[in-house]
Design a protein around this ligand. Structure first.
Ligand code: SF4
Length: 276
């Protein structure tokens, strides 16, 4: 486990999505009353895919049953941690069947051949566009790294209720974080492939590819630096959108939040939403 202060894509994207949610989770460290089912399904699919790819790498075959078992074990582990909250019309069996169907569909695809790494964690320096290194490094964990026609490819897996638009992968910060980390670690610029496991009525798989330039990579450093300044100045505010707030585990403390309560809580050294 990495204990040194660092940036990760999930920290940066959470702050950009909703600075107040970032505050509740990472600064006030409020407990989460439940785990959203989408998160549990996504985590269990990732763990099952990692098991599948590890078996491919060690030249062992992975049967559907073994991948399914890895998925269900990961699901059970999550349930031991916290209650799972399902969306309207969804239930445990339905969600698990959906995850297993997506995994089986993925196993029907041609498998990656030259696997280099699975779930590899890389801690690398972050640099801004002025050529300065940030104090906190970046930690990026790539789902899968392999070679295809001599080139390195980072494969990121997503479970989603809808297909992605090209612009989402072309403009996202996550691919910049991966390309930067691989460049620092392997001295090669990787392509990034997104494999989106779409949770539609009949599950489908969408593959999208993207690449990054040098200026995209220093922009990542600029963004991390700007967020660092915002956090130091305690700039935390809610970004209320249906996409952000449906399923947010901090919905209740967010309703109680006011700019006044926030500054009072900070000056008392208490977290917003805490009882004194
Ligand atoms: S409920 Fe919405 S606005 Fe409030 S913290 Fe959660 S995501 Fe942010």
């Amino acid at each position: 486990m990495i204990t040194r202060p660092h940036w990760s894509y999930s920290q940066l994207s959470q702050f950009m999505r909703c600075p107040l949610q970032y505050y509740f989770e990472r600064i006030a460290k409020l407990p989460k009353p439940f785990l959203p089912s989408g998160l549990v399904l996504g985590t269990a699919v990732h763990q099952a895919l990692a098991e599948y790819h590890r078996r491919l790498q060690s030249k062992k075959s992975a049967t559907r049953d073994e991948v399914r078992t890895a998925f269900l074990e990961a699901w059970n582990d999550a349930e031991k941690e916290k209650p799972v909250q399902f969306r309207n019309g969804e239930n445990r069996q339905k969600a698990q069947d959906q995850g297993i169907a997506l995994l089986e569909l993925y196993q029907e695809q041609p498998p990656p051949k030259q696997i280099v790494a699975i779930e590899q964690s890389m801690m690398v320096p972050l640099e801004n566009s002025r050529g300065q290194f940030l104090e906190k490094p970046l930690v990026a964990v790539v789902d899968l790294l392999y070679r295809e026609s001599q080139e390195l490819v980072v494969n990121e897996f997503k479970t989603s209720g809808r297909r992605f638009a090209d612009s989402e992968v072309d403009n996202g910060l996550q691919a910049s974080a991966y390309v930067h980390a691989v460049l620092q670690r392997y001295d090669e610029r990787a392509r990034v492939r997104y494999t989106i496991l779409v949770k539609s009525k009949s599950p489908t798989i969408q593959n999208l590819e993207t690449a990054r330039t040098d200026s995209d990579l220093t922009r990542l450093g600029d963004i991390a630096e700007a967020i660092e300044r915002a956090i130091a100045s305690e700039v935390f505010y809610p970004v209320e959108t249906p996409m952000n707030c449906s399923g947010c585990p901090f919905f209740r403390p967010c309703r109680d939040w006011t700019a006044k309560s926030h500054s009072r809580a900070n000056s008392n050294g208490h977290a917003v939403g805490e009882t004194c």
